[in-house]
Design a protein around this ligand. Structure first.
Ligand code: FUB
Length: 323
């Protein structure tokens, strides 16, 4: 009798809790039905950002074994849900003299009234410049900004971060993470201080955000062809570290039909403490590490500033940028 009363009370409390919170759906994740990708087609390594009143994604074009793509596209959106293909913004055989293929993992920044686009090409890092976020972009150097072999690991996956004081930093590297300050011209590095380090589990795809004075360095672990591909992070009080890996990682990983989720970027909605993470996963259905698609999910922080685990089944809803 005693046991039954306790059991009944517990059950009623559970039902009441679910009814009050109304969150039963939020907790039961259907891992068989993932939201559709935000970009139509196979695109990976999405670099999401915001310029003025539009969001932009700069991805890698997928669909060839060995990632042999030769050009880069740009996509734009007023609300994170409806995306327009702005076309090819850099075509390696047409626009570069020093690389023709392996157009991978770009990143972009606005400074000096110009857009600076950094990208991997044949395992070197290049820079291109334009007056518009949608290009066309021109190669100002006629050679890589960072040639392959400059540091151990692959010279790929650049990420540019512009701090509140206007100083710009370039992060890059597979196998180890490197960081250097960019000079004011944005097309050369301050080589007096290049820092290289490898947080536990680090493989590639570094990305930095700053929130409430804390620098978050995020990266991808495992190989992009591995279904376990996932995202972890570390924090620092300085853009060049040292970075301390956070407990409770990975912050984003596949589940159910979502496999190989990683190589991400993060955007803050201007004027709000509202953040979204763009990442790729194996195409659903029939994808793999060469056929990946771009998704966006909300990314949240707890009261202590830890990044909360991202739900890869949470669909992004339309966001408005304040006038
Ligand atoms: O897309 C080509 C390569 O695959 C990227 O450079 C890596 O980060 C991985 O996503």
């Amino acid at each position: 009798m005693m046991i039954n009363t306790t059991y009944t009370k517990g059950l009623l409390a559970l039902i009441a809790g679910v009814m009050l919170s109304g969150s039963v759906n939020a907790q039961v994740v259907d891992t068989l039905n993932a939201p559709p990708p935000v970009l139509k087609g196979v695109y990976a390594d999405p670099n999401i950002t915001v310029f003025g009143k539009r969001f932009y994604i700069y991805p890698t074009t997928d669909g060839t074994e060995g990632w042999l793509s030769t050009s880069f596209t740009c996509w734009s959106s007023p609300n994170l849900v409806d995306w327009k293909n702005e076309g090819v913004i850099l075509d390696l055989p047409r626009d570069l003299t020093w690389a023709k293929e392996r157009a991978w993992a770009p990143t972009i920044a606005f400074k000096n009234n110009k857009y600076y686009y950094y990208y991997s090409a044949n395992v070197n890092i290049g820079v291109a410049v334009s007056d518009k976020p949608t290009g066309p972009f021109k190669d100002p150097l006629g050679k890589p900004l960072i040639p392959k072999g400059t540091r151990p690991g692959q010279t790929i996956d650049p990420m540019v971060f512009v701090d509140d004081d206007g100083a710009a930093y370039l992060y890059w590297g597979q196998g180890q993470c490197n960081v250097a300050k960019l000079n004011e011209d944005m097309v050369s590095l301050d080589t007096s201080k290049i820092i290289s380090f490898k947080p536990t589990g680090y493989n590639e795809g570094p990305f930095v955000i700053k929130r409430k004075g804390i620098y978050y360095l995020m990266w991808s672990e495992y190989d992009t062809r591995d279904p376990r591909y996932s995202i972890a992070y570390a924090t620092s009080a300085s853009p060049m570290g040292p970075f301390k890996k956070a407990a409770g990682f990975p912050v984003l990983k596949g589940k159910g039909v979502v496999k190989g989720a990683g190589h991400h970027s993060v955007v803050q909605v201007p004027g709000k403490d509202e953040w979204y993470i763009a990442y790729h996963r194996f195409k659903i259905p029939d994808g793999d590490g060469y056929n990946r698609e771009t998704c966006i999910s909300p990314m949240r922080f707890d009261a202590q500033g830890h990044i909360l685990p991202v739900n890869v089944f949470e669909k992004v809803k339309a966001v408005s940028i304040k006038k």
